[in-house]
Design a protein around this ligand. Structure first.
Ligand code: CA
Length: 174
């Protein structure tokens, strides 16, 4: 059988105990985990590993989490979850404006974090799935353009009643 490759999560956290806790917990959840201890290392790891999700602490040495978020977002749509300290409302706002997808406030429970991560993966999977189905199905002499609700022959739209097209599209999809 075809086995799905484990998703990779990049954990960016300068506090060693928390970083190790996160790595252990996410590995126990079945993810492949790579870790970085500062903002520069985070970018290097991000570019080298191409993770499926980034867990990003905001208060980091070298480059701040805000900078890292901005730089990652400039080159990728990867889901980003920010780890923010309590009472840093401004950081949250800035982070979300820079394109972070979610945030958790320290101290957080690993269960809560795990739930957020799963939700983000479901969301990104749903986005991929809805963009995936073929827009045009080739029926031999004619093509059904499902997205455009048209029947085509040699690139020309054929006259077809909307109801009839709906029925055809329904049959093709199923
Ligand atoms: Ca920190």
């Amino acid at each position: 059988a075809h086995r799905k490759m484990a998703r990779t999560i990049l954990v960016v956290e300068d506090e060693p105990t928390l970083r190790e806790t996160l790595v252990d917990a996410l590995e126990a959840d079945g993810f492949r985990v790579v870790a970085a201890a500062d903002g520069r290392e985070a970018l290097t790891r991000f570019r080298g590993e191409r993770p499926d999700l980034v867990l990003l602490d905001l208060m980091l040495p070298e480059l701040s989490g805000i900078e890292v978020c901005r730089l990652i977002r400039a080159e990728s749509g990867v889901p980003i979850v920010m780890l923010t300290a309590k009472d840093s409302e401004l950081d949250k706002v800035v982070g979300l404006e820079l394109g972070a997808d979610d945030y958790v406030t320290k101290p957080f429970s690993l269960r809560e974090l795990s739930a957020r991560i799963r939700a983000l993966f479901r969301r990104s999977e749903a986005a991929t799935a809805t963009s995936a189905p073929p827009a045009v199905i080739d029926l031999g002499r004619v093509q059904a353009d499902l997205a455009g609700h048209r029947l085509l022959r040699d690139g020309q739209a054929l006259p077809v009643k909307p109801k009839a097209f709906e029925l055809l599209a329904f049959l093709l999809r199923n």
